[in-house]
Design a binder for this molecule. Structure first.
Ligand SMILES: Cc1cc2nc3c(=O)[nH]c(=O)nc-3n(C[C@H](O)[C@H](O)[C@H](O)COP(=O)(O)OP(=O)(O)OC[C@H]3O[C@@H](n4cnc5c(N)ncnc54)[C@H](O)[C@@H]3O)c2cc1C
Length: 327
């Protein structure tokens, strides 16, 4: 496909992109999805084609070489990829969360230095927030960034970091003031290159969502320069990374729109614990019925898809919890 990077986005571009994504998914993603997912193999060849498609710059502004896709078109791209395999979307979505934080909060120099290379896929990144002791409650992180003459010295451990092994950069959340109250006022975000700002200690095994690299990182006396501090301002890190997670929510919502709203109803009979339905379980029945209703509503009112996706995520969470309790 002729690269759309750097163009002003039009409806014609959208049509062309979505048709191209359809062909790519059919010809390159679908044939390897099952084998790679089952064997936890990383799809290096898809990364190369994603570069050609401009997906690493999907939501980065054209002035930095990206496509500048609106959220609705971005969601459509994710839905198409997830219709075959959800793992590849993680490869560009985590990367785009980092890019979004740079574009919203970075200094002019940081934007110029990082965004064009991220849009082309030369820099491939993600976000390093979670730690062994802190996931949902990010204010409890222990990774610290101590200011010194050369910049900051990073020490800590990160867990489950997507794109860390096969990518080459990350936005790392750390504490610049351990005593700050509230804690987020002492948290800052750092633009780090692999090995310079962090080391990858191991790839973690997962039950699902395999193939993409989710790893543990160690940061032992990693020296970064003052230029690495996002926006050049300490104490803004939590807000900066949480803002970027909006893109992650669109990704998850779009994934679930396919999995739980658009897939043919026969899918339900394949994957759900059929015995529960046969039992006509009273707890189960409302969940089942409400998801089918959402699917009908989606087709009736497509424009509300993001809103519906939020509801679907909630329904799906309840459904998973219910299923887990019964297994
Ligand atoms: C495949 C995969 C990829 C990931 N990629 C990344 C990545 O790239 N970067 C990154 O930083 N992290 C990543 N993560 C980590 C992810 O962000 C965390 O798993 C998530 O934030 C939850 O944290 P936790 O696992 O520590 O669970 P916990 O925080 O321990 O939560 C466990 C459960 O308790 C619930 N819970 C927690 N606190 C409360 C509360 N106060 N009230 C009610 N319920 C609560 C949660 O909703 C959850 O259901 C990844 C995880 C996975 C599985």
């Amino acid at each position: 496909m002729e690269s759309t990077a750097g163009k002003n986005w039009t409806e014609e571009d959208e049509k062309l992109l979505l048709e191209t994504i359809d062909k790519w998914v059919e010809n390159e993603v679908k044939p390897i999805a099952r084998e790679y997912d089952q064997e936890d193999k990383y799809p290096h060849e898809l990364v190369e084609s994603m570069k050609d498609l401009g997906l690493f710059g999907a939501t980065i502004s054209p002035e930095y070489g990206g496509m500048g896709l609106p959220a609705s078109v971005y969601a459509k791209v994710i839905i198409k990829v997830a219709s075959v395999w959800m793992a590849p979307s993680g490869i560009f979505n985590s990367h785009l969360i980092m890019a979004s934080a740079i574009e919203r909060c970075g200094t002019d120099e940081q934007k110029t230095n990082w965004l064009p290379k991220m849009a082309s896929g030369e820099f491939r990144g993600g976000i390093a927030l979670t730690e062994p002791n802190a996931g949902t409650d990010l204010q409890a992180i222990l990774t610290r960034a101590d200011r010194n003459e050369q910049g900051y010295l990073l020490n800590g451990t990160k867990m489950w970091i997507t794109n860390s092994m096969y990518g080459n950069c990350l936005l790392v959340l750390a504490k610049t003031d351990l005593k700050a109250k509230p804690a987020h006022k002492g948290m800052s975000a750092f633009l780090c290159q692999k090995n310079e700002g962090y080391d990858v200690s191991k790839k973690l095994k997962k039950l699902g969502y395999r193939s993409i690299d989710s790893c543990e990182l160690t940061l032992v006396d990693k020296q970064v320069s003052s230029d690495a501090l996002l926006s050049g301002e300490e104490g803004r890190g939590l807000q900066q990374v949480l803002g970027g997670l909006e893109l992650g929510r669109i990704n998850v919502a779009a994934l679930q729109i396919w999995q739980h709203v658009l897939k043919p109803p026969s899918y339900w009979w394949e994957v759900l614990p059929i015995n529960l339905i046969r039992e006509n379980d009273v707890t189960w029945k409302p969940e089942w019925q409400s998801i089918l209703r959402l699917r009908q509503e989606y087709f009736a009112h497509r424009k509300q898809c993001v809103f519906l996706a939020g509801i679907v995520i909630l329904q799906n969470t309840k459904l998973n919890a219910f299923t887990a309790m019964r297994c």
